[in-house]
Design a protein around this ligand. Structure first.
Ligand SMILES: Cc1cc2nc3c(=O)[nH]c(=O)nc-3n(C[C@H](O)[C@H](O)[C@H](O)COP(=O)(O)OP(=O)(O)OC[C@H]3O[C@@H](n4cnc5c(N)ncnc54)[C@H](O)[C@@H]3O)c2cc1C
Length: 280
């Protein structure tokens, strides 16, 4: 449980961090995924570049049509955000359920999505929120739609030499009417299954729904079959019960010593229904 030796550097700005980021260096956010990996020697970079004191990455900003959450914003900051509670309640609900108080105080949203643990909570929530991931590299800045960001088991669209700087969440009627429901792995509290739903039903029937699921497949995905079946229906216990069938359609389902493929699929259906019922 002792990591290989490494050099520690603290960056004071994103530009400074990018300047330090060579092939043998790795970004250190809250350290709550990276440090355990170093201790297990699953990873051994020569240098860690600590970005946790960069003030610009720690802000939650209200823009006219969106909310920008800095990559260095902790889970605890999100749990306590009144702005997000009003505009994107599923973010606050998810943040409150991440790990324990130590994890929430140190872990960051940017670190979580860069790590892309298949059981992490943020990927499902950001998929449902139709978020945009803002990335900086030495050539400038680029933006990736969340639907293209999570690409596989601990894999994302992030490339070498890049830093996630922010996550942009659109202010939509669907995000305002959103919820998260999670079945926790009892020891770690990661999501054995986590379901995020964002539904615009302001006209009386569902005009737009996004459903994000984590913990079930090798990466978070949208349950598009559920979204389609909900469309045009009034949201009610009955419509939820009939609309939510197989939530794994078109996706591989993981099986391990915590949950078989069949059990995970079943939990997926149960927790999508629970998340939707929170909206009633
Ligand atoms: C006991 C325990 C329980 C946990 N429970 C949960 C849970 O219930 N739900 C959940 O979702 N998570 C859980 N986690 C994970 C936790 O949320 C982590 O904090 C998070 O996954 C990683 O964020 P971090 O800021 O700590 O990143 P780090 O550990 O510092 O970094 C993780 C990876 O991301 C890279 N990275 C970090 N920031 C950036 C950036 N801005 N740009 C590019 N790359 C970056 C690092 O180089 C590294 O590869 C748990 C962790 C622990 C230890």
């Amino acid at each position: 449980m002792i990591p290989n030796s490494f050099e520690y550097k603290r960056a004071n700005s994103v530009d400074e961090a990018l300047g330090m980021l060579n092939d043998d260096a790795q970004i250190l956010g809250g350290g709550h995924s990276l440090i355990p990996a170093l201790k297990l020697r699953l990873n051994s970079p020569d240098t860690l570049i600590d970005i946790s004191r960069i003030a610009a990455l720690k802000e939650i900003n209200d823009n006219e049509k969106s909310i920008t959450v800095g990559a260095g914003v902790t889970h605890a900051q999100i749990a306590a955000s009144k702005l997000l509670a009003g505009e994107v309640p599923m973010m606050v609900q998810a943040a409150c359920e991440i790990g324990d108080i130590q994890v929430r105080n140190a872990g960051t949203i940017g670190g979580s999505i860069a790590h892309a643990d298949p059981a992490a909570d943020w990927p499902a929530v950001l998929v449902a929120a139709n978020a945009t991931i803002v990335i900086h590299n030495n050539n400038g800045r680029r933006e990736v739609d969340v639907d293209q960001f999570f690409t596989g088991f601990y894999e994302t669209a992030l490339e070498e030499g890049e830093i996630i700087t922010a996550i942009r969440i659109p202010k939509t009627a669907a995000n305002k009417n959103s919820a998260y429901a999670k079945f926790k792995q009892p020891a770690s509290r990661f999501a054995l299954v986590g379901c995020a739903v964002a539904v615009d039903a302001n006209s009386g029937t569902v005009s737009n729904a996004r459903v994000g699921i984590t913990g079930v497949s090798d990466h978070a995905y949208r349950a598009t079959s559920v979204e389609k079946t909900l469309a045009g229906k009034a949201l009610s216990i009955d419509s939820i019960e009939t609309a939510v069938g197989d939530v794994t359609e078109g996706n591989m389902v993981m099986s391990d010593h915590y949950a078989s493929e069949k059990y995970r699929s079943h939990l997926g259906t149960v927790f999508v229904k629970r998340a939707l019922k929170k909206l009633l």
